[in-house]
Every structure is written in structure tokens, then in C-alpha cells.
Ligand binder design. Structure first.
Ligand code: FE2
Length: 252
């Protein structure tokens, strides 16, 4: 058992959510009656099936990348009411961590992927003030990079747009989730290959003229890597029974 406040205070100190202007309302979004937590779950989204899994596994704190409450949420309707009813009935506290997680060098999905790929000379992308991604050089061929990405992220949602003529030692940038808005920055930095989650048509049109190949491996698939890192970290930091990543996704 661990104290809920101790965990959330620790998460605040690690991610500093108050520093980020974000569409997701970061930090503790839902506070239920329970003050002690036995199991922690981590998820990309907070959907009905994630909540059902959290309930079955007696998760007292769910840490979610996209969270439940966002600025885009227009109204509380029956969909939200159903979720909230389940949340408060099952005492599932919810902590959201979106951009603060993306920008974190240890737990950000793009930073974790850059480490797994062993990119040479990794740097925050697009820059140190907005480090939501990471860039560096892949020492190998384009095919070797693609094989490695297939191995790490799977091919379920894979779409590759080959616009670059570079086949060896490309300069690579990674922005997990929906990253094509950063293609201008990629061009300024001389990036050859851009790895992200979902393709956006306007971004691809730009990438074609900029001769940047775009590797899309799925919004969801690119946004679980940091959750596993954080799960392992929390296991060693707090006296918890179980810490696990809960899955539910739409192919996109
Ligand atoms: Fe996302």
C-alpha cells in the first residue's frame, strides 16, 4: 500500500505539470474517497474498457497520457457520466500526464524510442525549450531502421511515405502521437526521416516537397513506451502490489 498523496506529489515533482500550457488538464484530475493505493495502472486513454480493466484489477490510481479531462471537452454528457459513475464507484483516482511526459527525457515516448534506436548525438526536438521530441543520427541503412522500428512498435498501424533519397546514416527526428505539425522544424534542422504516430495529409504534402520520409507507426503504438518506463520506475519507488500498463486501442 502507498499513500495517494505521496505518489501524486512525487509525480508533480518529476513532471512539473504547472509549467505546461496544454490541451489536457495535467496532474490529479479525479480524486476519489480512498487515500491508500494498492495497485497502479497506466494507460494512453481513459475509455470505458480501460476503466473496466482498472476496476477488475483494483487499480487505485490510473496514470493516463491523454487523461479524462481536456480543454476540448465541450460538455458533460451521458458518455462522461457513465465513465465518472464507474470511476467513483470503483475508487479510481486519475492523474493525467500529457506534454509534461512528452517533454521528459527519461519518460517521454520519443526520448525512450531514441534511446532504443541508439540514435547518435541525440538532442531535444525541435529545441531545448520545446523538447516534445528527439532527433539524432541513425547509423545504418534506411531498411535497417525500418526493421528496428517494426520490431519495437509493430506494423499494425504502420504507414511509410518515402520522400527522401537518403539511404544511409539519415538524420532522424521522432515526435510520438500526432507530430506532423513539426515538419517545418524538421526541414530547418535538415532531417531526412521523421518518425511519428499518425499521418496528416497537409503534413505529408509538405514532407514530399521537403524530401523528408515520414514513418507513421500509429498514435497509440508510439505513446506506450514512456508508460512502461514510468511503470518500472514507480515499482521501485513505492510499496505497491502491482504496477502495470493497461491496453485498449483503435487502429489509426
Ligand atoms: Fe497522444
Amino acid at each position: 500500500m502507498a499513500d495517494l498523496e505521496a505518489i501524486t506529489e512525487y509525480l508533480d515533482s518529476v513532471f512539473k505539470p504547472y509549467l505546461f500550457d496544454d490541451i489536457v488538464l495535467n496532474g490529479l484530475q479525479i480524486k476519489c474517497a480512498n487515500k491508500q493505493v494498492k495497485n497502479v495502472g497506466l494507460s494512453v486513454d481513459v475509455t470505458g474498457d480501460i476503466l473496466a480493466k482498472a476496476g477488475q484489477k483494483e487499480v487505485g490510481l490510473l496514470i493516463s497520457h491523454h487523461g479524462l479531462l481536456t480543454r476540448e471537452l465541450g460538455r458533460f454528457d451521458l458518455v462522461m457520466s457513465k465513465r465518472l459513475n464507474y470511476i467513483f464507484t470503483n475508487n479510481i483516482n486519475i492523474y493525467a500526464c500529457h506534454l509534461p511526459m512528452d517533454a521528459h527525457f527519461e519518460f517521454g515516448h520519443s526520448h525512450v524510442l531514441a534511446k532504443m534506436l541508439e540514435l547518435a548525438d541525440p538532442k531535444p526536438f525541435p529545441n531545448e525549450n520545446i523538447p516534445y521530441g528527439c532527433y539524432g543520427r541513425w547509423l545504418g541503412t534506411a531498411k535497417e531502421l525500418e526493421n528496428k522500428l517494426d520490431e519495437i512498435l509493430g506494423t499494425r498501424a504502420k504507414k511509410v511515405f518515402r520522400f527522401s533519397k537518403i539511404v544511409r546514416n539519415p538524420k532522424v527526428a521522432i515526435v510520438s502521437g500526432s507530430g506532423t505539425a513539426f515538419l517545418n522544424d524538421a526541414f530547418s534542422l535538415g532531417i531526412n526521416f521523421f518518425i511519428t504516430g499518425e499521418p496528416r495529409y497537409s503534413g505529408l504534402v509538405y514532407a514530399k516537397d521537403a524530401q523528408i520520409s515520414v514513418f507513421c507507426y500509429g498514435h497509440y503504438q508510439t505513446e506506450t513506451l514512456g508508460l512502461y518506463e514510468l511503470a518500472n520506475h514507480l515499482k521501485s519507488k513505492f510499496d505497491l502490489n502491482r504496477v502495470e500498463v493497461l491496453h485498449s486501442f483503435i487502429d489509426f
